[in-house]
Ligand binder design. Structure first.
Ligand code: HEC
Length: 111
């Protein structure tokens, strides 16, 4: 005999298993890229932006970063890093960063 309750419990299990997988894949993707940004920051930008060497704006000085982002806008700041500044080498010592990586690095430093 056809059992509606069996059908319901089977599809309920399928739905919860499916959304758990979705949730998990979301967590894995976002934590992996956050870790990459932290590593890239440490390898490329930290030399100057951690200590404020050469008058670089320090990581975590969010008031200064927010002001700069407002003044110049994010696309301009990304261009500055790519093209270099008087005291900052072009690319900020990162040879494989994309525009999106630079945006994430700037956001990371501004927190
Ligand atoms: C060799 C030191 C050095 C490194 C490495 C470095 N910076 Fe800089 N950065 C500076 C200095 C110094 C300034 C201030 C401007 C100047 O005097 O050249 C600056 C300014 C900036 C600015 C502001 C630009 C503007 O238009 O005002 C951004 C954004 C920035 N750095 C991002 C980065 C990122 C992202 C990285 C890593 C990929 C990085 N920097 C690596 C020294 C450095």
């Amino acid at each position: 005999m056809f059992s509606i309750s069996k059908l319901l419990s089977t599809s309920y299990r399928a739905i919860t298993a499916g959304s758990a997988a979705l949730l998990l894949s979301g967590i894995v993707i976002s934590s992996a890229s956050a870790a990459d940004i932290a590593t890239t920051y440490n390898n490329s930008c930290a030399a100057c932006h951690d200590s404020g060497a050469l008058n670089a704006i320090k990581k975590g000085d969010s008031a200064k970063w927010q002001q700069l982002i407002k003044q110049k806008s994010m696309p301009t700041l990304i261009k500055s890093v790519k093209g270099g500044m008087p005291q900052m080498p072009a690319g900020g010592l990162c040879d494989k960063c994309s525009d999106d990586d630079y945006r994430k690095l700037i956001e990371y430093m501004s927190k």
